[in-house]
Design a protein around this ligand. Structure first.
Ligand code: UT7
Length: 359
């Protein structure tokens, strides 16, 4: 029997930080509302696109696994903010990594995308079809933001996370998972006016804003993630006390708290970084997993539970068994992708456009 151990982990967090106070300079909001209602204080604004962010996280994950890009058989990118419709983001990542062989595809399941992608890659390794895979979650969410809409503009951020999976005989990696979708509610979270649904010859194209019903998603998220997590625990024959680290999707600190209370998991086992990055959709789980390892929360042999939900409304939960190694094989000095512009400068044109549209 083959398993798919996580042997490398990496992330990229863009250097330009947009604070709640920055947002309050041009929108009717304030730090108090945003931080108490969502737990978010900062979010990152990327000056590079999704494939480049993916590549930086992937390079770090590869170095930490002690591998070269040529060692990889498959690259999967979970994203809902691809650079292009065609070709996919994964093929651009492969090109940027300077290699030319691996299978490449994207997974579109919004915030649940990384767990969907991890399940897909794990299954292929366990079937013996693939030996090593890079699984990436990356998003440039702020590209979609309407800076005149305070209900969504404060929530999202950019970033990426990546893991390397390698075939092993040991029972490690994703050992259980449950993914699903509540499509009856697919209209409550969407970016309209794009794809074959749009009128191609309307000029100028309509705005690509995130539309959503926050409170309804909130309720369904708590229910969906809770049920999925309980199902995974039960299938894995694990008790809540067996969980060493809980890595929930970071959409709202109150959703995380509700899930934590429902499951009765201790505070020190729950990974929270929403304060720094906001909701980075499919990048959230790999970014949080990477930071959990870096911060020493993930110990050798740890039992990790993770759960997510997102547009679709997709939902997902997984149980991951970590291996013995929690330290990198190689150090990786990330090309820091220095950015000359502040976050406010990076969003200036979009912001002006959105605020003008509001008048
Ligand atoms: O990962 C998938 C995507 N994630 C989500 O969809 C997140 C799920 N939903 C949520 O996290 C929460 O529902 C929100 C954070 C979006 C909203 O929190 P809420 O506690 O559900 O607030 P609400 O939508 O019920 O709004 C309460 C009030 C409203 O004012 P009135 O009508 O009571 O006067 C809003 O207009 O808060 C107002 N409000 C704001 N005030 C200041 C909404 N956004 C803001 C804001 N600043 N940014």
């Amino acid at each position: 029997m083959q398993y798919a151990e996580i042997t490398g982990w990496g992330k990229y967090t863009p250097p330009s930080i947009l604070t709640n106070d920055d947002l309050a300079t041009f929108m009717d909001t304030n730090d108090e509302w945003i931080s108490t209602r969502t737990g978010i204080r900062n979010r990152r604004i990327s000056h590079i696109n999704t494939a480049e962010m993916s590549t930086l996280a992937a390079k770090q994950a590869l170095a930490r696994a002690g591998l070269q890009a040529d060692d990889i058989d498959m690259i999967v990118v979970a994203t809902c903010t691809p650079d292009l419709l065609v070709p996919n983001t994964a093929s651009r990542v492969q090109q940027l990594l300077g290699t030319n062989q691996a299978a490449c595809y994207d997974v579109s399941a919004a915030c649940s995308g990384f767990i969907y992608a991890l399940q897909s890659a794990t299954a292929q390794i366990r079937m013996g079809m693939v030996k090593r895979a890079l699984v990436i979650g990356a998003e440039r969410m702020t590209w979609f933001i309407n800076w005149a809409k305070r209900d969504t503009a404060v929530l999202f951020g950019d970033g990426s996370g990546a893991v390397v999976l390698e075939a092993t005989d040991q029972p490690l990696g994703m050992l259980e998972s449950k993914i699903g979708c509540d499509s009856s509610a697919r209209d409550i979270l969407k970016v309209s006016n794009f794809g074959t649904d749009m009128d191609r010859y309307v000029s100028p194209p309509s705005a690509l804003d995130i539309d959503f019903e926050g409170p309804e998603i909130f309720k369904r998220a708590v229910r969906g993630m809770g049920r999925a997590t309980e199902a995974v625990l039960s299938n894995a024959k694990l008790a809540v006390d067996d969980i060493d680290v809980l890595i929930p999707h970071q959409a709202n600190a109150r959703i995380i708290e509700t899930l934590q209370q429902k499951l009765k998991v201790d505070d020190d086992k729950v990974m929270i970084n929403i304060n720094k990055y906001g909701n980075t959709s499919a990048a959230t789980i790999p970014l949080a997993l990477c930071e959990a390892v870096e911060q020493g929360m993930v110990k050798p042999g740890a039992n990790i539970m993770s759960a997510a939900f997102g547009a679709g409304l997709t939902w997902a939960a997984t149980y991951i068994k970590w291996g013995e190694r929690v330290t990198p094989i190689n150090d990786y000095q990330q090309e820091q992708q220095h950015c000359e512009q502040t976050a406010m400068q990076l969003i200036a044109v979009a912001k002006e456009h959105c605020l003008k549209g509001q008048q």
